[in-house]
Structure formats: C-alpha cells, structure tokens
Design a protein around this ligand. Structure first.
Ligand code: SF4
Length: 282
C-alpha cells in the first residue's frame, strides 16, 4: 500500500448524528477513513480536532495521509438497520484520491446492498465515484440513494487555488451528468461557495443535475463563533488574492440571493444549511 494510506481496525462504523446533519434529518453518519487526501485549503474538519475524532497528526498534516477503517464492511454488516438514514461522510470524502488504492467503498456498498438502510447519501467531489457506479445502481434498486456532488466554483483558476487536488470543474460536471444518465439521484452541492460567477455556476449546476441546488457559504467566525470553521490556509489565500468579501456574511447572503433567483428562473430551488441538505435525507 501507498505510504499515504494507513490501516486501522475500527470499533464501530456508524455514528449517531448530531448538529447540522441531524437537523437535516440523517440518523447516522458513516465515515470510512480519518484525514482526507483531497486536503482542501478551507476544509472545516481539521479545525474540529478531537471533536472530529482526529488525532493531532491528522490536523497538523491534513491531507498528507489517510487512515482507512480496514474492517468497515464487516462492522457495517453488524450495525445496519432498515430504519437508518445514513450520510457518508461529514468527516472525509469517501472518494478521496487514496480510495483508488484503498478500495474501502466497494465492500461498504456490498454490505449496504445486503441490508439496505432507508436512505443512503454519498457526499463527494471525487470522479472516482463512477468506478463504483454498478454497485451504486444496484443499491439504488433497493433503497433511496443520493449522490451529493460538491462543485464550489465555476472558475477553474479559483479551484486550483483553494482545492488544487480536486478534479477540474468541467470534469466534475461531467460526473454529475453521468450519474444522472445512469438514473442516480445526483444533486450538485455548492459548498463551500468559493469566488465564482454565481449565475454561471448555478446555470452549469442546474444543466448538469436538473435538480434543486444545495449550498453553503464559507464558514466564518463572525457568523459562527464556535465549532468547525474555515482553515487558515484558505483565509490566507482570500486575503492575498483580493477575495476577502467571500468571507463576509452580508456579501455571502447577496451571492446566495443571486443563485436563488437563477435557480427559481429555471424552475428549481436553492437552499442552504440543514434545510438544503434535508432533501438528501428524505
Ligand atoms: S474533500 Fe471535503 S473532507 Fe476532504 S479535504 Fe476537501 S473539504 Fe475536507
């Protein structure tokens, strides 16, 4: 195995939800690994530290390695119940780059197919999700499956600044189209909203998914004094590139309104926060 991929035997795989994800309606979260090799500069997870189940090396070296739960599928077989609404994952992208080699998700999807929960939602930005399309389609034949695909800007030069290890925007839009063509309920999640042309981003996302849009601005201490927040690395990029206003709640609200107007003109909705994510848990 790659040096960046470590293995650990976990004690459990499903966690009862709280906060944002619980408010959206999910009963459980499924986190297949600790630390995410996409390493986005704004990622909230390392700012949660121990509250996110992380170890000091995870938050100090965020994105440089990952620790996969090698017994994930086995644990899941024991913990799955038909009434669960599962969100995968609030703490790591299940299709992070390391998953290409680690291959934890196929076993998880097999276990889900054997004992389907009420709802299963994959939150990802990884084109690698298409590797498992056959399994995801099989699961969708047994229960409600959603893929919530993150697209944060329409400007690829912005993507390269804030999330250089993530796939280009055009490729991500193509993944949403491919999921949709395969009959999978695929949403575009505009979260966090990075510097962008809001109308163009909304138009591209609606064209790809033909569904409601879900979004969230960059977290800021002004609007959210406690809990997970935007990493310093992204704040530094914004300050040095003239993008500070994208952290200003008043400007963020105006951007949200522009996206909402574009969405409504196309016959779909745009919602932020738990209200937006609630359509993934129904
Ligand atoms: S993909 Fe998600 S979990 Fe992974 S580093 Fe980026 S924001 Fe964090």
């Amino acid at each position: 195995m790659d040096q960046r991929i470590r293995q650990a035997v976990a004690r459990s795989i499903l966690s009862k939800t709280s906060g944002f994800i619980a408010e959206a309606g999910f009963t459980h979260s499924l986190t297949p690994a600790r630390n995410c090799t996409f390493g986005c500069t704004y990622c909230y997870v390392p700012t949660m530290r121990v509250q996110g189940g992380l170890q000091p090396e995870d938050w100090r070296r965020w994105g440089q390695f990952t620790t996969v739960k090698s017994n994930a599928a086995e644990l899941l077989r024991r913990e799955l119940r038909a009434s669960q609404r599962i969100y995968c994952s609030p703490l790591v992208d299940p299709y992070q780059p390391a998953e290409a080699e680690a291959r934890i998700m196929p076993g998880i999807l097999e276990a889900l197919c054997e004992t389907p929960p009420l709802v299963f939602t994959l939150q990802t930005r990884g084109p690698l999700v298409l590797r498992d399309l056959e399994l995801i389609t099989r699961l969708a034949g047994k229960t409600r499956v959603r893929v919530s695909f993150s697209i944060t800007t329409n400007r690829d030069e912005v993507r390269k600044l804030y999330e250089p290890l993530c796939a280009p925007i055009a490729e991500r839009l193509n993944v949403v189209r491919a999921l949709r063509e395969a009959g999978i309920e695929a949403y575009v999640t505009l979260a966090p909203l990075l510097p962008c042309d809001p109308e163009e981003l909304a138009r591209l996302a609606i064209e790809a998914s033909a569904r409601d849009l879900i979004g969230d601005p960059l977290h800021t201490r002004v609007a959210k004094p406690r809990g997970a927040t935007t990493r310093e690395a992204a704040v530094y990029i914004s300050e040095t590139r003239g993008f500070e206003k994208w952290h200003d709640p008043v400007y963020q609200a105006a951007v949200g309104e522009r996206i909402r107007e574009t969405a409504e003109a196309s016959g779909v909705c745009f919602e932020t926060g738990p209200l937006g994510f609630a359509r993934l848990a129904r």
